[in-house]
Design a protein around this ligand. Structure first.
Ligand code: PEP
Ligand code: MN
Length: 295
């Protein structure tokens, strides 16, 4: 039986010829394409740790958290100025003011900034402030947004749609690549599967990491915060993701001494936990390097 629109991983060289290993002989082995964001390199031996608040709320909150990320050994700052919220009545982010706050946080800490853009009309504006543009899970298949982001000459963090197959995810990345921008980092952030929402926010699909690595040369990182939605699960999920060979993590943190954050409070970890995750990531990378050297 023929089903319209049905695709499988075998179709990837046709769906994503710019990004498939099969159609790019220079990446026919196991090499990952290094994506550099202001000196931070995704896809090398050392996993990149990105951390920060869910949303940029105030100057004091974001700069304080950015300093904590720096002290914990994190490589980059995350924080949403434009927030995709389920209800239009919920806090939508601080917009342009939030972008300015992120710039200050970068100046103070030296950490490069990744922030989400949701509206194709705002891509140019957000790109003036961000070092890396994030396309969120809800917008993974917003094709005009992907094309606009691809034209912005900035590295892109492309989150997996919460119900997206691997073909759909890499097809979405191809929209960015088609504009001449191959500086794309993929991010697994949990998918909707049978038990999602019952004991964790989504289902963290770690099996996709080796599959991504087999099929494309783009780096892939993991978001254990949105995947689990539970602060106590973020550290073990991070360790598991690193064991699966991801190229980095993106994690939400908060300073609870200043009161709970306005969104995703239940999944935010503190700076001490982040520091432990960073230490684990560094130690694991060194161990793997030693194994390679011995072998
Ligand atoms: C985020 O990282 O701020 C976010 C909203 O994540 P996602 O798009 O994965 O839900
Ligand atoms: Mn969040």
């Amino acid at each position: 039986m023929k089903i319209a629109g049905q695709v499988s991983l075998e179709d990837l060289p046709r769906i994503a010829p710019l990004l498939s290993r099969a159609t790019n002989p220079e990446y026919s082995g196991r090499q990952t394409r290094v994506v550099e964001v202001r000196g931070v390199r995704f896809g090398e031996d050392r996993p990149v740790v990105v951390a920060g608040p869910c949303a940029v709320e105030t100057h004091e909150q974001t700069v304080g958290i950015a300093q904590a990320v720096r002290e914990a050994g994190g490589d980059m700052l995350r924080g949403g100025a434009y927030k995709p919220r389920t209800s239009p009545h919920d806090f939508q982010g601080t917009g342009l003011e939030g972008l300015c706050i992120l710039s200050v946080a970068r100046e103070v800490t030296g950490l490069p900034v990744v922030t989400e853009v949701m509206d194709p009309r705002l891509v140019r504006e957000v790109a003036k402030y961000a070092d890396m543009l994030q396309v969120g899970s809800r917008n993974m298949q917003n094709y005009p947004l992907l094309a606009e982001v691809g034209r912005a000459h900035k590295p892109v963090l492309l989150k997996r749609g919460m119900a997206a197959s691997l073909c759909e995810w890499l097809g979405a990345a191809e929209y960015i690549a088609k504009q001449g921008n191959l500086d794309i980092v993929l991010c697994e952030r949990g998918i909707k599967a049978f038990p999602s929402g019952e004991y964790a926010r989504y289902v963290l699909d770690l099996s996709v990491i080796p599959a991504v690595q087999a099929l494309t040369f783009l780096p892939v990182i993991v978001d254990p915060s949105h995947a689990t939605g539970v602060a106590a699960m973020v550290e073990p999920a991070s360790r598991a993701a690193l064991e699966f060979g991801c190229d980095g993590l993106i994690i939400e943190i908060a300073d609870f001494r200043k009161g709970p954050p306005r969104c995703d409070a239940a999944q935010a970890i503190d700076a001490n936990t982040l520091a432990r995750i960073v230490r684990f990531a560094r130690a694991r990378a060194e161990e793997l390097q030693e194994q390679v050297t011995v072998a």
